[in-house]
Design a binder for this molecule. Structure first.
Ligand SMILES: *[C@@H]1O[C@H](CO)[C@@H](O)[C@H](O)[C@H]1NC(C)=O
Ligand SMILES: *[C@@H]1O[C@H](CO)[C@@H](O)[C@H](O)[C@H]1NC(C)=O
Ligand SMILES: *[C@@H]1O[C@H](CO)[C@@H](O)[C@H](O)[C@H]1NC(C)=O
Ligand SMILES: *[C@@H]1O[C@H](CO)[C@@H](O)[C@H](O)[C@H]1NC(C)=O
Ligand SMILES: *[C@@H]1O[C@H](CO)[C@@H](O)[C@H](O)[C@H]1NC(C)=O
Ligand SMILES: *[C@@H]1O[C@H](CO)[C@@H](O)[C@H](O)[C@H]1NC(C)=O
Ligand SMILES: *[C@@H]1O[C@H](CO)[C@@H](O)[C@H](O)[C@H]1NC(C)=O
Ligand SMILES: *[C@@H]1O[C@H](CO)[C@@H](O)[C@H](O)[C@H]1NC(C)=O
Length: 585
């Protein structure tokens, strides 16, 4: 996974010029002293070579030009409310640094001194596609600029800085050759399709220099997703698509949104863009933040009822999410993690995932990591779906044609702590057995090609293309068990997170009426005396019974997600890990 994208010599020579420009510009504009300058090209420079193939590239360059040594640069910086994202651009011959090799440094913004005023460990380091790495740093104090220091390069000059809420942040070419751009800050009407003719897409390198831009028509625009006609010169490969061209959007007659969105592909288009049979019948897309302790049971359980592929959009986790996903992948679960640090973009993330899954999955479910599909019939998911969508259950339209089903809507049951005081060792599906009576709003399973091309989706359901319809699934066939209110120890973390999202200091008595707060809780993270018996109206052991009957090991009675050694010691492995990471924090 850490393998670097291969670079050719042409891209290297481009890099050469880029390097020269960066070196000059930091001397001229950032006011770095000569000693700092020496720091990143001087003796401390020790490139870490990647694959053997790349060492020849490096030799060629070294013999060409000794004076210019590749430097790392920060392509973009994005300020989030509680973190800073730095997009690190590497010279082709250098392997990515690990989290331990990088440190966030904060410099005086007035550039009076190049001495770091503060150093902090990075919150996370992610290797993204297109030869880049995303470093997440703690928020930047007022009056400072944030950048990174690496052992072998020294302090890297700070990059152009953007705010998260006014930004084009993702752009990809879809199968029909249109470009899909994900944006924040256009403030369009929610849940509606907006008037495309008022907008324009922009393709280029620097949106301040209008001369370098290509423009194109907007085909549709809704919420925070824009679909544009891709300029022909880009499609025909006259412009290098990979990692160089950025896309933005503007209201005609005004400036373009700042953009960090480099045009790319999802990597899908193979030789046969519409295979007759997709590899997976059922996949799941989810968005998660610090849910590592639930992932193992959630993935292993769903695998046993027929899910074949998991796409995890990771919203800035700083727990063990990445290593848990890696170990599940190593255990042959087809699961991938995609960094999705953007704020209030759940709809956009789901749309992005639907595009990613489209060529591989007949059906895609959109649920959270504390939600479990439960099939009281005891059937497998794909059998239930086939049953629900088979022709005998189809309706005829006015021309006596079948109207195919594009979406299944599944009701959710909200479970409470069920009398427990401690994290259930056998997992949530076995531990929590008491829930609220009334189902809550539903979750969807969709056929990705049935989605409306605007990709508009609202509270977990997508708008469909004309000619498709949805069905409400009978609860005797399928429900979602939502383990929403767990033991206090777990719920508390969710509570802190929620509060942290809305107020700078969670103890501030702001936003007390917010709907995101659990009913009956104030701003104090103190366990209500009756917590363990709350949210309990009906005993429901349906899923517990199925799990114990079907998935427990006949000899040891252990469930697949339980670790024998840890059970003896009294902790589940996930719990232990999360203790460890808490201590780190
Ligand atoms: C997309 O563009 C490429 C290059 O112009 C072309 O070869 C291909 O046929 C186009 N595909 C579609 C679906 O229009
Ligand atoms: C969309 O905007 C254009 C230009 O601003 C305008 O001419 C057109 O009438 C609008 N269409 C709708 C349906 O509002
Ligand atoms: C983009 O990258 C892919 C895979 O590395 C390569 O096959 C393709 O030719 C590249 N396209 C352009 C326009 O550079
Ligand atoms: C995992 O899923 C992808 C499609 O998303 C597929 O291309 C790949 O072959 C699968 N890998 C395994 C090991 O099944
Ligand atoms: C990701 O987490 C942050 C809290 O840091 C929250 O503000 C944001 O809305 C979340 N993003 C999504 C897509 O839910
Ligand atoms: C769906 O399943 C139910 C219950 O198992 C069965 O009675 C029904 O015939 C099935 N329908 C189809 C179309 O397979
Ligand atoms: C998408 O939805 C809009 C509005 O609901 C509709 O006008 C349009 O025809 C739909 N697109 C397709 C491809 O069905
Ligand atoms: C759901 O299925 C059950 C059992 O098959 C049936 O009795 C009930 O009427 C169905 N409910 C709805 C709303 O169709």
């Amino acid at each position: 996974m850490r393998d670097r994208r291969k670079h050719d010599v042409a891209s290297w020579s481009r890099f050469f010029w880029f390097t020269a420009v960066v070196v000059v510009s930091c001397v001229l504009f950032t006011g770095f002293s000569l000693s700092t300058f020496r720091l990143f090209i001087g003796e401390t420079f020790r490139p870490v070579l990647g694959s053997t193939r790349q060492s020849s590239t490096r030799n060629a360059v070294v013999s060409n030009e000794v004076a210019v040594i590749p430097v790392l640069s920060i392509r973009e910086t994005v300020l989030l409310p509680d973190e800073v994202l730095l997009f690190l651009k590497y010279p082709p011959s250098v392997r990515f640094f690990t989290k331990e090799e990088l440190v966030c440094v904060y410099l005086s913004a007035d550039k009076s001194s190049s001495e770091p005023r503060l150093k902090q460990p990075a919150v996370g380091v992610d290797n993204e596609h297109l030869g880049e790495q995303i470093v997440r740093c703690p928020s930047c104090p007022r009056g400072m600029t944030v950048t990174v220091d690496s052992k072998s390069y020294g302090i890297i000059p700070a990059g152009p800085t953007h705010r998260w809420d006014t930004l084009a942040y993702e752009a990809l070419i879809d199968k029909d050759n249109t470009t899909v751009v994900f944006v924040k800050g256009l403030n369009l009407r929610p849940e509606r399709i907006s008037n495309a003719s008022r907008f324009e897409c922009m393709y280029g390198w620097d949106f301040m220099k209008l001369s370098l831009l290509l423009r194109s028509e907007v085909l549709s625009i809704a919420q925070e997703i824009v679909r544009c006609k891709t300029p022909l010169s880009i499609l025909n490969g006259q412009q290098r698509v990979n990692g160089t061209i950025k896309v933005s959007v503007r209201i005609k007659g005004s400036g373009a949104l700042p953009s960090i969105a480099r045009l790319g592909h999802l990597g899908n288009p193979g030789p046969d863009p519409t295979p007759t049979r997709k590899p997976h019948e059922m996949c799941i897309c989810t968005m998660a933040r610090n849910q590592a302790r639930f992932l193992k049971e959630w993935v292993m359980y769903h695998a046993r009822i027929g899910v074949q592929r998991w796409y995890i959009y990771d919203n800035n986790s700083d727990d063990d999410t990445d290593s848990v996903i890696e170990s599940l992948f190593d255990a042959n679960y087809n699961i991938s993690r995609h960094l999705w640090p953007w704020i209030k973009t759940q709809e956009a993330g789901f749309a992005h995932c639907a595009l990613r899954a489209r060529d591989f999955c007949d059906w895609v479910g959109f649920i959270d990591v504390d939600e479990f599909f439960h099939l009281p019939s005891g059937l497998m998911l794909h059998d239930v779906i086939r049953n629900l969508t088979s022709t005998t259950s189809l309706k005829l339209n006015t021309q006596s044609r079948y109207i195919p089903i594009g979406e299944l809507r599944v009701s959710c049951h909200s479970f409470g702590p069920s009398g427990l005081k401690h994290v259930p060792q056998q997992g949530v599906t076995v531990g929590y057995t008491c829930r609220m009576m009334a189902p809550e709003r539903h979750k969807s399973i969709v056929k990705p090609e049935a989605l409306n091309s605007t990709l508009i989706n609202v509270v977990h359901h997508f708008h469909l293309r004309d000619g498709f319809r949805f069905v409400d699934v009978n609860r005797t066939m399928m429900v979602v068990n939502h383990y929403k209110f767990q033991v206090w120890e777990v719920f508390k973390e969710k509570f802190y997170r929620r509060v942290a999202t809305y107020v700078a200091d969670w103890q501030d008595e702001q936003n007390v009426g917010s709907k995101d707060r659990a009913p009956g809780l104030g701003t104090k993270a103190v366990e209500p005396v009756d917590w363990s018996n709350r949210f309990c109206e009906v005993v429901d052991t349906g899923l517990k019974d199925r799990v114990l009957q079907n998935f427990a090991h006949p000899g040891t009675s252990l469930l697949p997600w339980q670790d024998a050694n840890d059970v003896i010691k009294g902790f589940s492995s996930v719990e232990k890990k999360s203790r460890k990471s808490k201590r780190k924090a």
